[in-house]
Design a binder for this molecule. Structure first.
Ligand SMILES: Cc1ncc(COP(=O)(O)O)c(C=O)c1O
Length: 412
């Protein structure tokens, strides 16, 4: 513990001097960004290019969690009875301000999956009602809605978006083509998992509102990757994880619920709701206490937000979008493929998504790890194989070159 504290103090001193020394950075110059690599403790045998699946927390966020765990272990009664509720409130305040929603619309949950399950469990569906997804949605989200439709007698439909995406209107129209008089809910990603596309959710919400259809946005890739103003989107539900681009500790997320659904939404895990003797009266209070557990992860979402603000969100996006564009260019030069949508039209953020040469690449992801120490997802989508390259602050051009070389060796 002593060694760890000493580590922490020297790290903080280092960080202060490094960050104050760097005021402007050139997004094209890796040297200007090298100091950020020290913010993460990624294993030295690993070239990590999958922040989009599981984003490791930077040191300040990791240390913040340890402080909460210590406080919990050293005096559980004081922690739960006196510290927890104010700490949850502070975390909700910071998170709701960051994602652009009213405080009382947001609860902290473990992850986007958890939030989506809460929505599925509470959303009023009856026999013959329809829920609409599309072929770019996350597999587990399809499973959540399949199960709830099976239980309620509702029908889950999925529309295919065009193979090559040329315009936002085309995407909106494809989704609208699956809507009929029985459609009660459309589930759509803000940024898709298998294809890394930033979806036109604002337009989708507008059109569906006109038709009286509710929208649940699956948004774990959005916080920090893109600017968020959830209340402006006008969706009914928004579920997200903070352990991707926002750099929260793994297992932190939130659920936003529009006021028109506050009386409908219930936690899946029923418990006291609040700490006794307090009694839950408003919907979000039901989510504060769901049995004894370690809440340190989501209490540190404000630390993740502070960390990303200390970097500068604009600067973060400029650098990582540029790096993702470099990844696309290098992969296109080597393998000749094209992205599914035009990158110059704002379809992509911190992730490059590029086709691989034809072949069966079932084993490729394991080979990249076993032979080259590279962690990157190889994705099978609609009968083709793609690589999805995540670019965060600890990634550099030389890593992209290493990836392209490894892919070339393994797909020859
Ligand atoms: C679009 C999308 N939805 C949902 C999830 C599930 O996120 P989590 O595992 O954090 O709940 C993911 C994870 O990658 C995702 O990409």
């Amino acid at each position: 513990m002593l060694a760890e504290s000493a580590d922490h103090v020297s790290y903080l001193l280092d960080r202060r001097s490094v960050l104050s020394a760097m005021t402007t950075r050139d997004i094209t110059n890796d040297q200007d960004w090298l100091d950020f690599s020290h913010e993460w403790a990624i294993r030295p045998d690993t070239l990590y290019m999958n922040h989009g699946s599981f984003g490791p927390p930077p040191r300040p966020v990791k240390y913040a969690r340890r402080r909460w765990i210590d406080a919990l272990d050293e005096q559980p009664m004081d922690f739960y009875v006196r510290l927890l509720e104010p700490a949850v409130l502070r975390a909700r305040e910071a998170t709701s301000e960051f994602v652009g929603t009213a405080l009382n619309n947001l609860v902290l949950v473990e992850n986007a999956t958890f939030g989506m399950n809460v929505v599925a469990d509470s959303f009023p569906l009856k026999e013959g009602d329809e829920v609409l997804l599309n072929n770019h949605e996350y597999g587990a989200v399809h499973r959540i809605w399949e199960r709830i439709c099976r239980r309620t007698g509702a029908i889950m439909r999925s529309v295919d978006l065009p193979r090559r995406i040329d315009s936002q209107e085309e995407v909106v129209q494809s989704i609208l083509s699956g809507v009929n008089e029985n459609t009660r809910l459309v589930v759509v990603s803000h940024v898709t998992s298998a294809t890394a596309l930033i979806m036109p959710v604002q337009q989708i919400c507008e059109k569906l509102r006109e038709r009286g259809v509710a929208v649940c946005i699956d948004g774990p890739h959005a916080p920090a990757q893109i600017e968020l103003n959830i209340d402006q989107l006008g969706c009914d539900f928004y579920t997200a994880s903070c352990h991707k681009w926002l750099c929260g500790n793994l297992g932190s997320g939130f659920l936003v619920v529009h006021p028109r659904w506050h009386t409908t939404l219930e936690p899946q895990l029923k418990s006291w709701g609040r700490l006794l003797p307090a009694i839950p009266e408003r919907w979000f209070e039901e989510f504060t206490w769901s049995g004894t557990r370690d809440p340190s992860v989501y209490l540190t979402v404000p630390d993740a937000i502070e960390f990303m603000k200390s970097v500068g969100l604009q600067q973060f996006r400029e650098r990582t979008y540029w790096l993702a564009a470099q990844a696309r260019d290098r992969l296109a030069a080597e393998f000749g493929g094209e992205p599914l949508a035009d990158p110059s039209k704002g379809w992509y953020g911190c992730m490059a998504h590029m086709p691989l040469p034809s072949g069966d690449w079932t084993e490729l992801q394991h080979r990249l790890w076993n032979q080259h120490g590279i962690e990157v997802p190889i994705i099978h989508f609609e009968n083709d194989w793609f690589v999805r390259v995540s670019c965060h602050l600890y990634n550099h051009q030389i890593q992209l070159d290493t990836l392209v070389k490894a892919l070339w060796l393994e797909t020859r």
